[in-house]
Design a protein around this ligand. Structure first.
Ligand code: PLP
Length: 403
């Protein structure tokens, strides 16, 4: 099913030798996405929501059509529950700011976990500094899975919000959202899911997840950078005050009193990421040719194949062993710094991420400063894994000689 997919990605035409194992940072782009962006700038471009002329109204319709595609992709109630932002980071900042402004005060608590990306930590810290609420962190176990008992222990009547990843960008751990939802419901607490690492690898159904908010970035879904998606339940669309002010989100502006539009428009101030949204539409079309469960299975097989081969190196340690994890392989090699690994890999055309992966609290919890991370996408295959293993062998040979 995935054998010829690589041909859809122009980057591999220019660099046929490239072994791209950094999809968790940002996915490569299929030709159709690139063409949709290029066509839009070349032949369809005008500002949207403003012009009475055809070019503008047609692009407005196309843009709104992507809102419909987005709602279908994640099974939202309605297209009106989708807010476009510039990134997942902006989406989380929006929720942290709007929710804390109205509903959080000193004495309140919110729950995050050790698995979070900085994008799901720092916005809450900024809000906590303003409003005085406490951030409580849910523990993880030896396998890198959320400690659900600790979660249940830490949730109480002071807890007012839960913000949690769907899949860890360092360990690949997937969270059992049903447990989160049950507890959130019991205490009547809204919750946000950071779906950045999940969205391109398995189906997402926000209705069955039962979350109040779901966020991801277009660039992780083989789409353009510069666009994020925020799914929000109606209740919050209605109750939140605007996050930013400017054009497009107002009904009437007067120096005495300004009134705002309602729904998603209230949260899309200024010229939106027009062309990025159009490109995101093309990435939904690209993804729609696949069964998303099959993608998870396929990428996981590559992951398992790599793990199996790594067993022959007794100084390679894989970090994170939870069940049902996604295809993200973090590892260390004894006495070799991940940055050196990354550089030597690069000489062999193997692109991996090294460092703290914007998850310093998690790395600290694991007593690590950095790891090397290989993450899989739809264009990878077993021969990529073989090259990856060869790169590990070469790195060890090259650097251990120098020790
Ligand atoms: C789990 C997770 N959350 C949030 C983000 C932030 O995404 P962005 O930088 O596109 O806003 C990332 C990016 O790597 C991520 O992996």
């Amino acid at each position: 099913m995935f054998e010829n997919i690589r041909n859809n990605f122009p980057v591999f035409e220019k660099y046929p030798q490239l072994i791209f194992l950094d999809t968790a940072a940002s996915a490569q782009k299929p030709r159709t996405v690139i063409e949709s962006v290029s066509n839009c700038y070349s032949y369809e471009y005008a500002n949207i929501n403003r012009g009475v002329y055809k070019l503008s109204s047609e692009l407005t319709e196309k843009y709104e059509n992507v809102r419909i595609k987005t709602s279908k992709y994640i099974n939202a109630e309605n297209k009106d529950n989708i807010v476009f932002t510039k990134s997942a980071t902006e989406a989380i900042n929006l929720v942290a700011s709007c929710f804390s402004e109205k509903y959080l005060d000193s004495g309140d608590e919110i729950l995050l976990s050790y698995l979070e990306h900085h994008a799901n930590i720092v916005p809450w810290q900024l809000a906590a500094k303003k409003k005085g609420f406490k951030i409580i962190v849910i523990n993880i176990n030896q396998e890198g899975q959320l400690d659900y008992e600790d979660f249940i222990k830490k949730i109480n009547n002071k807890t007012k919000f839960i913000s949690i990843t769907h899949m860890s960008n360092v360990l690949g751990t997937t969270i059992d959202i049903q447990i989160i939802r049950e507890q959130a419901k019991k205490f009547n607490i809204p919750f946000l899911i950071d779906g950045c690492q999940h969205i391109a690898h398995a189906p997402v159904d926000v209705k069955s997840l039962g979350c109040d908010f779901y966020v991801y970035s277009g660039h992780k879904l083989y789409g353009p950078s510069g666009v994020g998606v925020l799914y929000m339940k109606n209740q919050w669309l209605n109750q939140f005050d605007p996050y930013q002010g400017g054009g497009d989100m107002i009904k009437n502006v007067d120096f005495k009193k300004t009134t705002f539009t309602t729904g998603y428009q209230k949260f899309e101030a200024g010229t939106p990421p027009i062309v990025q949204v159009i490109g995101l539409g093309a990435s939904y079309d690209f993804m729609s040719q696949f069964n998303l469960q099959e993608i998870f299975k396929y990428e996981k097989e590559l992951y398992e194949y790599a793990v199996d081969k790594l067993k022959s190196f007794n100084d390679v340690k894989i970090i994170g062993h939870s069940k049902n994890k996604g295809a993200i392989l973090s590892f260390t090699i004894d006495n070799i710094h991940p940055n050196d690994i990354g550089l030597i890999f690069d000489q062999q055309n193997v692109a991996v991420r090294t460092g703290h992966h914007c998850a310093q609290p998690l790395l600290k919890k694991l007593n690590l400063n950095a790891t090397t991370r290989a993450s899989f996408g739809i264009y990878n295959n077993k021969s990529d894994v073989d090259s990856f293993i060869e790169a590990v062998r070469e790195t060890k040979k090259f650097l251990k000689h120098k020790l």
